[in-house]
Design a protein around this ligand. Structure first.
Ligand code: PMP
Length: 400
């Protein structure tokens, strides 16, 4: 009965790792995957995560019972506090509904299905470009996907004018997906002044902002700075959604821990919203996994572990920033034509190099360097050892 089923294409991002794994070359480098690596090119478990796990393991009063549909209550509270801030009026007024979901992806998907069921406007506007999975998450969730201009290839920076024009032209009440910080794949974020302009525009048009926060703490190294855009939209008293992921900032990729928060006008509305989130989640996966959320709750709920986490997080962010400097210097040292300052200016895990599809294919074939075909490289996958090889490859691709 399945003879008609065709071979599906590989996921464009995860497919890069599949190709990398098949390459026997000893000099191969994987810059496709968005996961942190050490200077030695190895994945890491944060010390603070190990400590939290040891505590959890030692506590014999813990069981592996089902969590409630919306997850671990402590985790939800602490996760919301992390993004909105301790003194957030929305939290103090108890008008936020939060549900623990399956990392950032699951939080976005639950949000999309809730909106498709309960929000009057089905149009969601995504930045062009955006993380590839966004398109399918929102369309499979029942919304109609459109895009707004975001990246300008000429300046390798933000097309602020185009972004404003497209958001202004969107029908009133449209959903506007915004990357809270460290835009993926471009590494280009609005400035604080531009965020303020966007906030006023989005509120004036009565659009509904949906923030994707997958990199809090990873962009600047400061959890508070990376939450500023979200907090400015909360401070004006308006409604919004936020999907949070703990994949990158706690290195909990495979634990699938994240949350969806919906900021409402009143406490009673948030209660209704939460009850409806349960109806979305229950037939989808019933309830979320317990282990990752327990780790996060242990760390966020203990001042000593929290302080230690911020140090480890800053060290990861700093290593990435240092890779930007090393790569930029190495390209300059080779006299590669063009302006490469965007490597320094872009923020977060990725750099949008400006290399085209053919140049990427050349670098993979001749230098065994793997990245997505749009020229995005994971700065977190680089090390002092691999920077010269990458710079050689870029030089050859550009001058060849
Ligand atoms: N949003 C963005 C912008 C991302 O880059 C990612 C991870 N690559 C996610 C969401 C979701 O990741 P996860 O589901 O692993 O939390």
């Amino acid at each position: 009965v399945f003879e008609h089923v065709e071979q599906a294409p590989e996921d464009p991002i995860l497919g890069v790792t599949v190709a990398y794994n098949k390459d026997p070359s000893p000099i191969k480098v994987n810059l496709g995957v968005g996961a942190y690596r050490t200077e030695e090119g190895k994945p890491v478990i944060l010390n603070v995560v190990r400590k939290a796990e040891e505590r959890l393991l030692a506590d014999r009063s813990r069981y592996k019972e089902y969590l409630p549909i919306t997850g671990l209550a402590d985790f939800n509270k602490l996760s919301a506090k992390l993004i909105f801030g301790k003194e957030s009026p929305a939290l103090l007024e108890k008008r936020v509904a939060t549900a623990q979901c399956l990392s950032g992806t699951g939080s976005l998907r639950v949000g999309a299905e809730f909106l498709a069921k309960h929000y009057f406007q089905r149009l969601v506007f995504l930045p062009a470009p955006t993380w590839g999975n966004h398109h399918k998450i929102f369309s499979n969730g029942g919304l109609t996907v459109k895009t707004y201009r975001y990246y300008d290839p000429r300046t390798r920076g933000l097309d602020y004018q185009g972004m404003v024009e497209d958001i202004r032209a969107a029908p009133s009440g449209s959903l506007i997906l915004l990357h809270a910080c460290a835009h993926n794949p471009t590494g280009v974020d609005p400035t604080p002044e531009q965020w303020e302009g966007l906030r006023q525009l989005i509120r004036n048009k009565r659009h509904l902002p949906f923030f994707d926060s997958a990199y809090q703490g990873f962009a600047s190294g400061s959890l508070d700075l990376d939450a500023l855009a979200v907090r400015s939209f909360v401070a004006d008293g308006g409604e919004l959604l936020v999907a949070q992921s703990f994949a990158k900032n706690m290195g909990l990729y495979g634990e699938r821990v994240g949350s969806l928060s919906i900021v409402c006008k009143k406490e009673a509305i948030a209660t209704h919203v939460e009850s409806q989130l349960k109806l979305v989640i229950r037939p989808m996966y019933s309830n979320p996994p317990i282990h990752g959320a327990s780790i996060v709750a242990t760390i966020l709920g203990d001042s000593e572990l929290y302080a230690e986490w911020t140090i480890e997080l800053k060290a990861m962010a700093n290593r990435i920033i240092s890779m930007r400097h090393q790569l930029h210097s190495a390209i300059q040292a080779r006299g590669t034509p063009g302006d490469w300052t965007h490597i320094l200016k872009q923020i977060g895990m990725f750099s949008f190099t400006g290399l085209n599809r053919e140049q990427v294919a050349f670098m993979t074939k001749e230098y065994h360097i793997y990245m997505t075909s749009d020229g995005r490289i994971s700065m977190a996958g680089l090390s002092s050892k691999t920077v010269p090889h990458l710079a050689d490859a870029i030089h050859a691709a550009v001058t060849g």
